[in-house]
Design a protein around this ligand. Sequence first.
Ligand code: ADP
Ligand code: MG
Length: 321
Amino acid sequence: MPLAEKALIAQIRRMAKPANSVIRTGIGDDCAVLRLLPAQETLVTTDFTLEGIHFRRDWHPPESVGHRCLTRGLSDIAAMGGEPVAAFLSLALPRDLPQAWVGRFLRSLISLAEKFGVTLAGGDTAESPNGILADIIVVGKAPKGHAVLRSSARPGDRIFVSGELGGSAAAVLQMRTKPKKKVNPRDYRRHFYPEPQIELGRILREKGLASAMIDTSDGLSTDLAHLCEESGMGAELESVLIPRASVGKPAREVDLDLALHGGEDYELLFTARPGKRIPAQIGGVALTHIGHVTRGRTVLLSNLKGVAYQLEPRGWEHFRR
Ligand code: ADP
Ligand code: MG
């Protein structure tokens, strides 16, 4: 087995030294930030969608797989406050896959792309020895010097999260623990058809509200740990403030553990300098104050009684022991 995902990326990062001055930020943020044009930064992100890891054909309709595939990339652009421009799709498909599956996957992916003014501008196609593999690359843009990084949080910044957390993981939990019960994607839209927060990210960047930002793809505990590590900071969260999603039928609020560690909600987690006034919502998306940045290098979570525990990153990690 390779190193755990985080250690492996750290090793790659040490090996891949910057070879030119075009790269503002390379490995370590939601997107690479390239300075190819005088007034603009170019954003690039790439994400796998693998059968058996990110989706199952018996759980996910092809429309959901196509939608989530592109959302992974769009969400990384949103996390920089960027505007997406073009997407590239590399597909490896098993020989026995019905063409109808591919058509439904593509129509869904392309209709989401059109909704955000993104052109599918290339990719690669191959036969897969086993299972469906899709890699999405999204290219976006932001005004020079304005892409919002993970690494710029400072002590005293307040921490905010958009929307609600844990709703996507709740669907996976439901499907895993009750395999016989049919899950209706309509009751778990946050899992099957998550909304990339492009508009919100752009407005936070334009108004200069976010000092640092990341999207919640791996889970709050893990994504906040990434933001803190890149900034060389720590954080304190209050458990009562964490906005928990209500999902299922009848809808019920997810447990705190799912909101803290469940991945794939694709919300925005950002920090704001002490003086900035952050509205309660932007464009209908709620913004919740959940804690603040500290010098401590660890993430603490205080409960109702005010007792603080260290919050271990227990979100998604590939090759975790
Ligand atoms: P995200 O969840 O936002 O997609 P990841 O946690 O997957 O980000 O990756 C963290 C950082 O590591 C990103 O900057 C990503 O581009 C980089 N990265 C991940 N895998 C590799 C790899 N195999 N080679 C080079 N960089 C990588
Ligand atoms: Mg990300």
